[in-house]
Design a protein around this ligand. Structure first.
Ligand code: FE2
Ligand code: FE2
Length: 333
């Protein structure tokens, strides 16, 4: 039964009568969980001082310069994207391009032979691996690894622990894809949602060490990270992410996921899926991208936008958590 008009407090909590233990989703839905009594804080005064001491204009220019200097995606990635965008492409054509890049070839074979696919016999032929994985998976793997490599090479801040950051990102990718499956989005579009989820917080990477102060403010005062970024840094990670997406000419779905996943007005169902996946992963504290306290109303708003109810999300929870765990293999590729 759909319950999209329900207010946040109407969403059912765990079945106490049945003795089921409360899940993280339940705790998130309990207002006491998110509205802890915070001690008196001088945060707004500190913020004012901080803004005086730190020029937002200079910071913005530094970030733009940093993005300008980021490497472009490799030629192989460009060719893979181009080949996969044609309707008449065969796995053989993709094979010819991937075979020119030994790192990508190794990753494709490693992925098909990983525990994720649990195959009995080892696959050693690249064409066979591409056929089995599907061209979309190979395309998105090429794109994700190229982005991760380019970003890792250019990363200048230690504010976010990179392993936890990618764990969060991967989990959002997996959750977005699973939610897309549950909503019966066509198979060939689901992989794209995986990439949109994987890259949704990309804009956090170029922030320098000053980001540590913003992350601390969001964490200690349980505030929305985007709000703190706007206030302290003069721009938020969605805007920075958009600059990167434009530089790399990422497609519309991925760019929109990166630049609108925290918007109050979500522009499309696909962005809402990425945003819901993000909230789900934050509630379950999988990895860490510095946004441990998504605004309480986000969950209800996103479920309503997707005509889903909390029961539907709860039913998917176990599968989502298992799938995220299984997908951790991608972090080792
Ligand atoms: Fe985000
Ligand atoms: Fe996120």
């Amino acid at each position: 039964m759909r319950n999209s008009n329900a207010t946040f407090s109407d969403f059912g909590c765990y079945d106490a009568a049945a003795g089921a233990p409360p899940t993280r989703l339940d705790r998130h839905l309990t207002s006491n969980y998110n509205k802890k009594n915070l001690p008196f804080h001088l945060s707004s005064f500190c913020l004012t001082i901080w803004k005086f001491m730190n020029g937002q204009k200079e910071r913005k220019a530094a970030i733009e310069y940093f993005i300008e200097k980021m490497p472009s995606l490799s030629t192989t990635t460009g060719k893979v994207l181009e080949i996969c965008s044609r309707a008449d492409t065969s796995p053989n054509e993709l094979n010819r391009v991937v075979a020119l890049d030994p790192v990508l070839t190794g990753q494709v074979l490693k992925l098909i032979n990983s525990a994720y696919y649990s195959l009995v016999n080892k696959v050693t032929s690249l064409t066979r691996a591409i056929t089995m994985l599907g061209m979309n998976t190979v395309k998105n793997m090429a794109l994700s690894t190229a982005v991760i490599r380019a970003v890792a090479g250019a990363k200048k801040s230690q504010a976010l622990p990179i392993t936890k950051f990618w764990k969060h990102s991967l989990a959002v990718g997996v959750a977005a894809k699973l939610l897309a499956t549950a909503r019966e989005i066509p198979v060939n579009e689901r992989e794209e949602l995986f990439v949109a989820g994987l890259l949704h917080d990309l804009g956090k990477v170029p922030f320098g060490d000053e980001y540590i102060v913003a992350l601390r403010e969001a964490r200690e005062n349980q505030r929305s990270l985007v709000e703190v970024e706007n206030e302290m840094l003069g721009m938020n990670h969605q805007e920075v992410g958009r600059l990167i997406a434009d530089k790399w000419k990422l497609n519309e779905v991925i760019t929109s996921g990166i630049s609108h996943h925290h918007d109050g007005e979500i522009p499309s169902d696909k962005v809402a899926l990425v945003a819901l996946a993000d909230v789900f992963v934050n509630i379950h504290e999988i990895g860490n991208a510095g946004n441990a306290f998504p605004p309480e109303e986000d969950l209800g708003r996103l479920l309503a936008a997707l005509s889903m109810d909390i029961g539907g999300l709860r039913l998917l929870s176990e599968q989502l958590l298992a799938e995220i765990h299984r997908a951790e293999i991608f972090l080792q590729l």
